[in-house]
Design a protein around this ligand. Sequence first.
Ligand SMILES: [Zn+2]
Length: 372
Amino acid sequence: MYSGDIIKFIEEWAPPGVAWDRDNVGLQAGSKKEKIKNIFLCLELTKPALNEAVKKNCNFILTHHPFIFNPIKNLNTDNDTKAQIIAELLKKKITLFSAHTNLDFTKDGVSFQLAKKLGLKDIEFLVNQESNQYKVVVFVPEKATERLAENIFKAGGGIIGDYGKCSFMISGTGTFEGSENTNPAVGKKLNFEKAEEIRLEILTDKWKLSKVIDAIKKNHPYEEPAFDVYPLKNKNVNYGFGTIGYLATPLSVIKFLELVSKKLNVSSINYNRGKHRTITKVAVCGGSGSDLIKAAEQSGADAFVTADVKYHSFQDAEGKIMVVDAGHYETEILVLDEVKNRLEKYLKQNNSKAKVYKFGGSTNPVRKFINN
Ligand SMILES: [Zn+2]
């Protein structure tokens, strides 16, 4: 089991293609070719977290927040903590990898874990991503259709929600005339040919398109396979921003705040006056989710739990939706349990003895002063 295998496994769940354009997800430092000893998880990498990782003999660290985000101008190990951490990572051959907004925008990612922790039911994305899929249409002789479709599915095409291998086929007649330089699989060159073909339609996410086209080129019997790629405006049911669901039992505003405080282990919460005195429908977004306040309100949520909410955002939402700022760290840290479970399962399936550790301390830079 190599560091590259772990990265591949995580990125199948949280593809870099769904991340923000300006994000910096993926490998941060080190190599994809290191044999895995143990794995360490933390929300962001600090010196205490790195020390604990080293103590636990971990040579793969996964963080949610990318370690390298803004351009680094120099690596001065005399007084720059970041440079010192990078130097130690490289010296100790530790691979550092980040899954940030790709982990936010995927199913069972950050906002799903937050919704689950609050006990919400019927959880779905608050806003689905859209316009990041293509419809691939390929014309293929019937006999070769099944094999071609199978290979397109293997390349990642044909996934709609929890359904895989989705396709549509219709038969028709294709025509072509090969030049002197051809060697057609059907008919003869320099002859106008008509061939019974299947129009095979399969949907793919944009970041899998090149693999899907490779699969077509490798598995199509024709010298020049005919295929079309159409960009889609569709909502992508598999990826989105924030989540929404229902409390099993409606709660008063105060009881709801008590629930948030208890479940997220947060001692003080900022919130505003919403529309309703009873909270039933709840939207959430782990981390800085103020951009979604409007969407949460429009979806009929009574409350929206997120973090980093500005004064004027509270003000704008007053009387419309109860906005709850429960802390950036507190609303995101939960996802590490899901990452841990998935990695442990994957390691076990692959007969690896590597262990997965979560940082025992907290990397939260925000302290709270409570005046009792
Ligand atoms: Zn964050």
